[in-house]
Design a protein around this ligand. Structure first.
Ligand SMILES: Cc1cc2nc3c(=O)[nH]c(=O)nc-3n(C[C@H](O)[C@H](O)[C@H](O)COP(=O)(O)OP(=O)(O)OC[C@H]3O[C@@H](n4cnc5c(N)ncnc54)[C@H](O)[C@@H]3O)c2cc1C
Length: 416
């Protein structure tokens, strides 16, 4: 499949004013595009960066303006349409429809709508499940948690991923009376990253006072009254136990924001619901691209890319910008992610999700220092370092994958 690049004077529509949307626009302008660019964002605030929302923003170490993506000294030349969600994609004529019913025609569309946080069901029928626990996806979520006085409170964090563990670390730092992580496994993240990594993370958290619930899945949450009549919650585990809390933070994953595309002819990945693209970000619809957390990039030449990491969204935006403008193709680097929890800087490079073997190369789970290799059928597919900046940097510099091939994989090839 080949998609004609956007003409220099063409009108580019970008749906989603987050990291991938912003950097797509920036890249397209850097490649000399002179036509209008419109960025649609449903949030009522300027585009911002998310990683600090579970870390430094929650502790007050950085302010909202520190997270803004646009540079006031060098603002992007784009039309921002904020506070209005896009509700559908039209392919003939090409354009998008906003929730106020207005049709916006364009010459190319880039879908960068990110993801939304998954919630935990309520055990009580009359309660709105989403209203009960805190989640961490956008600035409003983080503001609500930042403005809550955590001192002396019992916090339960549901989830065993990095977001959950970052939230647990932050709550401990902010003086919570107790923080319990319901990770659903003995060592958080060990199903994905291997037991030594999970053990190292658990030990670091326990050393700072974080507790871990029995390895049973959290199934629901219910509201109950504390001994002074205040609102308390119980997180119900599959094994029948209940974890009592003043505050529950739910970080059990995210799903791509593609609900507005269900009637559109773009293909959604059967595995995760993200927009299926080749490794230039092109979808099955000419002129329509996707990048970031709402997009599943995959091709026979580069395989399935992971979804949900900052670096992936940032690089995909650069690739899409080049593909749209006909600039020289940009090669995606090996996938990369990081997480900061207490004194741990955790960094992963490569296709860790494909590994069938995990080997500790250096360090031990007892120390805050570990280097782990991941292999599949004997071939190294990735590494993870805990406080191993130099090793990780060396790996990132040395490995690159081939430039993009323009093909959308058949549905049946999209399996992990
Ligand atoms: C709290 C938090 C901490 C993180 N920390 C790390 C980290 O430490 N390391 C790491 O590698 N990654 C981290 N990530 C992941 C990283 O931030 C994301 O991968 C990245 O933000 C994805 O960018 P995006 O542009 O695809 O989506 P987003 O940044 O989510 O932007 C999408 C935007 O589209 C808007 N939108 C959605 N639907 C519509 C619609 N229909 N119409 C208009 N607008 C719409 C949304 O409101 C949102 O503003 C973190 C994510 C979160 C939430």
């Amino acid at each position: 499949m080949s998609t004609p690049p956007l003409a220099p004077e063409g009108h580019l529509l970008i749906v989603g004013a987050g990291l991938a949307g912003y950097h797509t626009a920036r890249g397209v302008r850097a490649h000399g595009h002179t036509g209008p660019i419109t960025i649609f964002g449903e949030e009522h605030r300027p585009a911002y960066d998310r990683p600090a929302l579970s870390k430094a923003y929650l502790t007050g170490a950085v302010a909202e303006e520190d997270l803004l993506l646009d540079d006031p000294e060098d603002p992007l030349d784009v039309i921002w349409i904020s506070g209005v969600g896009v509700v559908s994609l039209s392919t003939d004529p090409l354009g998008v429809i906003t929730q106020d019913g207005v049709f916006h025609p364009g010459d190319a569309v880039v879908i960068t709508t990110g993801a939304s946080a998954l919630g935990l069901p309520s055990a009580t029928a009359e309660e709105t499940p989403e209203a009960l626990p805190y989640v961490l996806r956008n600035m409003e979520d983080a503001l609500a948690l930042r403005d809550t006085d955590l001192r002396g409170t019992d916090v339960v964090v549901v989830g065993g991923g990095f977001l959950a563990l970052e939230a647990a670390a932050t709550c401990m730092d902010r003086g919570a009376g107790s923080v319990t992580v319901a990770a659903g496994e003995a060592y958080p993240g060990s199903r994905r990253l291997g037991e030594p990594v999970g053990e190292a993370i658990r030990r670091a958290h326990e050393a700072r006072g974080v507790e871990f619930a029995p390895p049973s899945r959290a199934q629901a949450i219910r509201r109950c009254a504390g001994d002074q009549g205040q609102s308390r919650y119980e997180v119900l585990l599959a094994d029948g136990q209940a974890l009592a809390a003043d505050i529950v933070i739910c970080a059990i994953g995210a799903e791509p924001r593609t609900e507005w595309l269900l009637d559109a002819p773009v293909q959604l990945c059967p595995h995760n619901g993200a927009v299926l693209c080749d490794d230039t970000g092109a979808t099955a619809v000419p002129g329509v691209y996707a990048a970031g957390d709402c997009a599943q990039w995959a091709s026979h030449s580069s395989g399935l890319r992971p979804v949900g990491h900052w670096q992936e969204a940032f690089e995909e935006a650069a690739v899409v910008a080049a593909a749209l403008t006909g600039a020289a193709p940009v090669a995606l680097q090996e996938p990369y992610f990081w997480s900061d929890q207490f004194n741990l800087r955790i960094q992963g490079v490569g296709r860790i999700h494909l590994a069938d073997e995990v080997t500790v190369v250096d360090g031990t789970p007892e120390g805050a220092d570990l280097l782990v290799h991941y292999s599949r059928q004997g071939e190294n597919v990735g590494i993870l370092g805990i406080n191993r900046l130099r090793d990780v940097t060396r790996w990132r510099r040395s490995s690159r994958i081939r430039p993009a091939a323009r093909e959308v994989p058949a549905r049946e090839t999209v399996t992990v």
